[in-house]
Write a protein that binds this ligand. Structure first.
Ligand code: A2P
Length: 274
């Protein structure tokens, strides 16, 4: 099986997961079914991906014991607030067809809406009730996380952020490490060519005799982050799991870490995904 590491709450998190954006229900059902067959045990969806039904169907039909899978979904911006979070969670649970969500994340902080602390309190209640295994956030800055800690006394177990060689976020990763927060990486492959055809990525991959995607996924793992590569293709899904038989040395890690950061997605302070 895939190596795992412990979150601060003791949950075992696989070292690589399967991303499901962008996929509709039908594609997600096929991709997750194939992924579970190949050995993925961490599956990442969100209300806003509009594919929880397909993900849940694949899980139910997979024959994989439910307790082996870390099923993740995310609260959308339009459902921020205490009661709204509890209601949104029930809808997610129904679409996914599960009793329990293993990892529940706030998708974006939406600081202008200013309700993420209320949402966080609702997530803590869901965890206390056993309906959620682990609680976390996504796209939070250090300041947003410090506010959660100040106002509720509880840190997220995970912050899922944009992370790839073009956007390596060293300060935020260091903050996570100091606080015992696991970093998960979205768009870990940089969504394709910009990262996978980057000359230094191609060169390191060639040195190691692996594919560019494998070199990049290994970079995440050695940084202590859990990448969630999205693929609908069984061959690439398999390739993305086959990253435990080699390692980058320090020069190769450095060669992949660009020093002129370039975001591909939204910024936490301004992005409002409702
Ligand atoms: P596909 O779904 O056809 O495999 P990210 O996870 O950074 O968002 O990147 C996802 C993109 O990278 C998708 O377009 C996906 O296409 C492609 N991709 C995923 N795995 C690989 C791989 N091993 N090699 C090349 N491209 C890949």
């Amino acid at each position: 099986g895939i190596p795992t590491s412990s979150l601060d709450d003791g949950t075992r998190l696989p070292a690589v997961g399967l991303g499901t954006w962008p996929m509709d229900d039908a594609e997600a059902e096929r991709a997750v079914a194939e992924g579970l067959r190949l050995g993925y045990r961490l599956v990442d969806t969100a209300v806003n991906y509009d594919n929880e039904t397909g993900v849940g169907r694949a899980l139910a039909r997979s024959g994989v014991p439910r307790e082996e899978v870390v099923l993740t979904t995310k609260l959308p911006g339009r459902h921020h607030g205490y009661e709204e979070t509890l209601a949104s969670f029930e809808e997610s649970r129904r679409r996914l067809g599960v009793d329990r969500v293993d990892l529940y994340l706030i998708h974006w902080p939406l600081p202008r809406v200013d309700r993420y602390v209320e949402s966080w309190r609702a997530m803590l209640k869901l965890r206390d009730e056993g309906l959620v295994g682990s609680v976390g956030v996504s796209n939070f800055t250090r300041e947003h996380i410090e506010r959660l800690e100040r106002e509720t006394g509880v840190l997220p177990s995970v912050n899922q952020i944009e992370l790839h060689p073009l956007f390596p976020q060293p300060e935020l990763r260091e903050f996570h490490a100091a606080k015992g927060i696991r970093t998960e990486s979205w768009s870990p492959l940089g969504r394709g060519p910009a990262v996978l055809e980057d000359p230094s990525v191609v060169a390191v991959a060639r040195e190691l005799g692996v594919t560019p995607a494998q070199a990049v996924l290994r970079w995440h793992i050695q940084l202590g982050a859990v990448p969630l590569p999205k693929s609908s293709d069984p061959g690439r899904q398999r390739e993305n799991l086959d990253v435990f038989g080699f390692a980058l040395d320090q020069d190769q890690l450095d060669a992949l870490t660009h020093d002129r950061p370039r975001r591909l997605g939204g910024a936490p302070e301004t992005h409002e995904e409702f």
